[in-house]
Design a protein around this ligand. Structure first.
Ligand code: DHB
Ligand code: MG
Length: 222
């Protein structure tokens, strides 16, 4: 099935997703430096993130897990010129590539890339009384998803959107023998989302496509 999913993604992308040299550069530069673009969102998923920002007229966005800044550029494409995008990456090598790709993209909106552990940076933002974010895209280490989600509730307002990437992992979440920290982390995140009193609504959708079988969870803050 993987070939079919990939072919359909290519069909969707060729019809509906305009090419953008800023995005293509991010993919090429990441690939040329020996990093797999498998961790980047697919183009049609990037467009979906862009549309969430447009639908909700978001101005302040927080991304956890920059990697090659491919999704970062998608998020920034949707923001107005007076928007602000903070993206957080913990790994040195990735910070260097991400900054190169962000610099090349030269987006009109302000993109700030901070190096560090997502939770530490979020705690600092909370301590500093940072303005809340309109959308938070959680895409960093999966074992910390619950912590990222709980901290996100302190950095958002009523109506803010929280998206958690990669919450299906080809169905590994159902495999009771799979006790990998990343998979346990996703199960923990589902438990945290379940009946959460601070959420207006929440769901998760499975996706198939060029990135295999995965999915994302999405929540609206009450
Ligand atoms: C992985 C992480 C991601 O954020 C993603 O979108 C795909 C894969 C990974 O760690 O394997
Ligand atoms: Mg991801």
């Amino acid at each position: 099935m993987q070939q079919m999913w990939t072919d359909i993604d290519e069909y969707i992308n060729s019809h509906l997703i305009p090419t953008d040299p800023r995005l293509q550069h991010a993919l090429d530069n990441t690939d040329n430096q020996g990093f797999s673009n498998h961790l980047a969102v697919a183009p049609n998923q990037g467009m979906f993130l862009q549309m969430l920002i447009q639908m909700n007229q978001c101005k302040r966005v927080l991304e956890l897990g920059t990697f090659g800044a491919y999704s970062t550029i998608w998020l920034a494409k949707a923001l107005p010129e007076d928007g602000y995008l903070l993206t957080v990456e913990g790994r040195d090598t990735h910070v260097i590539i991400a900054q190169e790709n962000i610099d090349y993209a030269n987006m009109p909106t302000n993109i700030e890339l901070k190096k560090g552990r997502g939770a530490d940076i979020m705690k600092q933002l909370i301590a500093d009384g940072a303005e809340p974010f309109d959308l938070i895209f959680i895409d960093a280490d999966k074992q910390s998803y619950r912590e990222y989600f709980e901290l996100s509730l302190k950095l958002t307002h009523s109506g803010s959107i929280i998206v958690l990437d990669n919450v299906i992992r080809a169905g590994a979440i159902l495999d009771e023998n799979n006790k990998k920290p990343s998979i346990e982390g996703i199960r923990d995140a589902f438990s945290a989302l379940k009946d959460h009193p601070q959420l207006l609504s929440c769901t998760a959708l499975q996706t198939v496509g060029s990135k295999g079988h995965d999915g994302f969870a999405i929540a609206i803050v009450k």
